[in-house]
Design a protein around this ligand. Structure first.
Ligand SMILES: Cc1ncc(COP(=O)(O)O)c(C=O)c1O
Length: 371
């Protein structure tokens, strides 16, 4: 009724993961026992260096930060081999995704993405009255690159890719990413690499050397363990960065974010330890779930989560999601959190062994207890 901007077409909002405290209170469990496996956070938390840097930056709370987070841009640029004017920082990747949709597509223009995909792509596009164009992934969550390229009609202005993909965790081939960039021409290709550390590859960032229509997004929320601080960044040619600088809320990054991000980039050992644990636990939980009959892990994840498919028609994803909560396990019900997956899938984080054990035992007990 009060909406005076007719291009703001939807009021659909993000569905967040549940909190440990909610589950502990609802089911009478100790908070520490709850396995929170629905938000792909780092169970080790942030680097102690980042923690100390944020504490030290509290003394700067009364001072406006640099409006482009320049010290952090410089650090990111030096770390990855780019210039500061090729870097933009946002309150998480999520903020940058919303600018991309506004800056690079007009009302009614197409925004291309896979189904399923990270919901912020279509939530941002729908909210701004851009037209979502979906390409269904293959049966094994393969990328069907020919179909993706064929969907680039003349209205499409932005093409979203996720590497590794969420929710499947499957890694894209750099040749395929290059084919998309080539075919996209003057459209913007957005390569979201929120989870790239867990693939133990460099992902597709080097393709920035070959393609001027590419922006690579990364986040501090996952391997760096700073989801609560809200830091993400994009790297692209300055002519892609500049329009977003012009439209972003001027002081979007505070002193604490700038200080924490810089320090996190200095602690490679923390990231390495995190990745090593995730890789080890991914193999561990793969083995444990291989013993089940009613459920199956979708193979091929190179991320810090994986999909579980319900094979027994008596169990749909919402029933499993609710039954796991009673056993102190939080996962993502894909029928609520991802478009196009129906009622068959759950997304589950890879985490500490005690959480993997709780999850595997809970799933197994559902199977044993029958529907
Ligand atoms: C694919 C993908 N990209 C980006 C993000 C969000 O990152 P940020 O916390 O930097 O906004 C997520 C968060 O879950 C994600 O799954």
């Amino acid at each position: 009724m009060y909406l005076s901007n007719p291009t703001l077409a939807t009021d659909e909002t993000y569905v967040p993961g549940l909190s440990r405290e909610y589950i502990a209170e609802t089911f009478g469990l100790p908070v520490a026992d709850v396995a929170k496996l629905g938000s792909a956070e780092n169970p080790f938390g942030p680097s102690p260096m980042a923690h100390d840097a944020v504490s030290a930056a509290l003394s700067q709370m009364d001072i406006y930060p640099n409006w482009t987070a320049e010290p952090l841009r410089e650090k990111i640029a030096a770390k990855y081999g780019y210039r500061p004017d090729e870097v933009i920082c946002g309150a998480g990747e999520t903020e940058i995704i919303s600018w991309i949709v506004r800056a690079f597509a007009g009302p009614g223009d197409g925004v291309l993405m896979y189904e399923p995909c990270f919901p912020m792509y279509h939530l941002s596009a729908d909210a701004e009255n851009r037209r979502c164009v979906y390409v269904k992934m293959g049966a094994g969550f393969d990328f069907r690159i020919d179909e993706y390229i064929a969907a680039m009609d003349e209205t499409v202005r932005i093409c979203f890719l996720t590497n590794p993909h969420s929710p499947s965790g499957i890694l894209m081939d750099n040749d395929d990413i290059g084919r998309v960039c080539e075919a996209a021409g003057d459209r913007l290709v957005v390569l979201d690499e929120a989870y790239v550390h867990f693939s133990q590859t460099n992902g597709g960032m080097d393709l920035l050397q070959s393609f001027d229509n590419l922006i690579v997004l990364r986040t501090f929320s996952k391997a760096f363990g700073l989801a609560g601080l809200r830091i993400g960044f994009g790297i692209a040619k300055p002519n892609i960065i500049r329009p977003m600088l012009a439209m972003k809320p001027t002081w979007n990054m505070g002193q604490l974010q700038i200080a924490g991000g810089i320090a996190a980039l200095e602690d490679d050992a923390h990231v390495d330890r995190t990745v090593a644990m995730i890789v080890e636990m991914r193999a561990y939980v793969t083995e444990r779930l291989s013993r089940l009959n009613s459920f199956r892990m979708v193979p091929g994840s190179r991320s810090n989560f994986f999909l579980v498919e319900c094979l027994d028609p008596a169990w749909d994803s919402t029933r499993v999601f609710e039954a796991l909560q009673e056993k102190g396990v939080i996962v993502k019900d894909c029928s609520v959190s991802f478009r196009g997956l129906g009622k068959k899938y759950l997304r589950v984080d890879v985490s500490l062994q005690k959480h993997m054990d709780r999850f595997a035992a809970a799933l197994s007990s559902l199977e044993d207890g029958g529907a």
